[in-house]
Design a protein around this ligand. Structure first.
Ligand code: GLN
Length: 209
């Protein structure tokens, strides 16, 4: 049984629950999901999803509730698997820039060695869809490299740099849109808004490792 916590303080939670249910059926990995609003909801989880939404709001709420401190430890010290989509990717990053205001002091979990730019695509292209080619450095999801993924981008960030243990695993026209580090996945787009469960399957396999 894999226990997956979905951070449920703000943002798009329901779609991830649906994808986890499907990924569980497809992989045969039994999954129990828990909505995380308080630190103790993270007890016993082996994977966490940080959804899209407003990263400044989710960041503040995670700090205020104590979820941030507990989650930081789980990710950095205990190697719990994680997937952050859009705002969630921003929250995993060690460095955040704002497209308009430059370097920010936004609260993040600082778990991945990546630098991101919030709202990279600006106003003109607030949302769009594109095919993204992804690498799977883990070897756990060979199906990920078979064909590109349909990415839904909504006021999406870019992933500008990766250092240390992190690596950019997907680019769109030369701009980083996916990164991995150990068992953590940062995505600028929203796989939960499509019917493609490949990344959720990868998360379950990372959690089982
Ligand atoms: N632009 C949002 C932020 O910076 C992210 C948007 C999203 O998660 N779809 O937090």
């Amino acid at each position: 049984m894999v226990r997956v916590g979905v951070i449920a303080l703000q943002g798009g939670v329901a779609e991830h629950l649906h994808m986890l249910r499907r990924a569980s059926e497809e992989t045969g990995i039994p999954v129990e999901t828990v909505l995380v609003k308080r630190p103790w909801h993270l007890d016993g989880v082996s994977a966490v999803i940080i959804p899209g939404g407003e990263s400044t709001t989710i960041g503040k709420l995670m700090k205020r509730t104590g979820v941030a401190e507990r989650l930081h430890k789980l990710l950095v010290e205990e190697g719990v698997a994680a997937m952050g989509t859009c705002a969630g990717a921003i929250l995993l990053a060690k460095r955040v820039r704002d497209r308009v205001r430059g370097e920010t002091r936004q609260e993040t979990l600082a778990a991945m060695d990546i630098a991101v730019t919030r709202n990279y695509y600006g106003r003109q292209r607030e949302s769009f869809e594109a095919l993204v080619k992804l690498e799977d450095p883990t070897g756990l999801a060979p199906e990920l490299e078979e064909r590109p993924l349909h990415g839904v981008f909504i006021r999406a960030p870019s992933i500008d740099e990766a250092w240390g243990g992190a690596r950019i695993t997907g680019k769109l026209q030369g701009v980083g849109v996916a990164a991995m580090q150990g068992s953590m996945i940062a995505l600028a787009f929203h796989p939960e808004l499509t019917s493609d469960t490949r990344l959720h399957r990868l998360l379950l396999r990372l959690a089982k490792k």
